[in-house]
Design a binder for this molecule. Sequence first.
Ligand code: ZN
Ligand code: ZN
Length: 354
Amino acid sequence: MKLLIAGGVGEHGRNCFYVQGERRCFLVDCGKMADTPEDPYPHLTPEQIRRAEAVFLTHSHADHTGALPWLRESGFQGTVVATEETLGQLPFAVENGRSLQALCPAGGGTFQGLSIQWGRSGHCAGSVWYRFAQEDKSIFFSGDYTEDTQVYACDCIRGHQADLAVLDCAYGRDETPYAGACGRLVRATEGLLSAHGLLLFPVPKYGRGLELLKLLSHCLRGVSYAADALFLKNFAEQQAGGFWYRPAKIDVPVSSYREQPQGIVFVSDPQLRTGEARRIAEQVLAMGGMAVMTGTLERGSYSERLLRQGRMKLLRYPVHLNHAQFERLKAANAFAETAPYHSPELSAAREILF
Ligand SMILES: [Zn+2]
Ligand SMILES: [Zn+2]
C-alpha cells in the first residue's frame, strides 16, 4: 500500500492523507490552509479524487475538514465517515455522510473490506484516532491527539501495531511539558486579571475553551465567567456528561455575556472573524480589557492584528503533541514506521510505501 501526503506534513493546516491500496483508495481528513489563500487545498489530482471511495474525518476543525466542499466539487463521489458529533459540528451540509458509531459500534468494524478501529483522541468532542487494516497491511492515524486533558476523554494509544503511523506533532521542537504550560498560563492569567480586570479568550467553536474554563476555574478563586451562546451550549453539554467527557464537573457558573466589566469572557471564534465576535472583543478592549490567544494565530486575521497592536497576549494551552510526546507515543506502540504531521518544523517523504 502507499500513503500520499496531500497536505499537513511540514506545515500547519490542510491535513489530508491519501491511502492507495491494490483495490481500494481512501482519504483521511481533507483540510484547508488558512494562511495561503492562493493555494489553500490539499494537493490531490483529479484522478485520485475520483478513485477515493471514502474520506474518514478525525474531527471537525477546518484544518481537517475545510476542503470537503472543494473535494465534492472536484469529483469526489464517495462516503464521508465521521462521528455523529463531528458531522453535526461541520458548518456546511455533507452529502453521503455516515456515522462512525453506526458503522463501527464499540470501536471496531469494517467498511468495504477495510477493517477499522477507532478511539477518542482527547482533542474535542467527537475527535478520534483510527487504525485501518487492508490487504495484510495496516496504517494508524492519531488525528489531533492529547492525553493531557481537563474535560475530554481520551482512549490512550497503547500497544497498537501498524506498518505506518501518522502522528500528531503540532508543537514540533517546543518541548514544554503540559503541567509547565498550564502553570505558565494560569500565572500569566492571574497577572493580567489584576492589571486589566477583564480578559477575552477567543477559543475554537469546539475544543480548547472548556479545557481552559476547567483549568482556570480550578486554579483561580473569585473570578466570574461569561461567554457567547455556543460556548454556553457546549458547557451545558459537558456538564451533562457523556461519552466524550471525563467525569469531572466544572464548579463555576458561566453567564451569558452582557458587557460585564470584569472577569473572563469566552468567545467561540479564535481568529475573531465574525462581526459578533469582534463586537464583543471591541467592548472588552474598550473597557480596558486584554485579549488572550491560547492557540495558533492565522495570518491576516483580526486576532493577529490585535496581537500586533499589543492588545492580545499569546499563552499556549496544549491540545496537541510535541516532539517528546510524539517519541513517547512511538515507544508505547509497535509502529514499523512513523510520520509526524501538523508542524512546519518536522517533515516526511510525500509518498511512503508500506
Ligand atoms: Zn484540531
Ligand atoms: Zn489540526
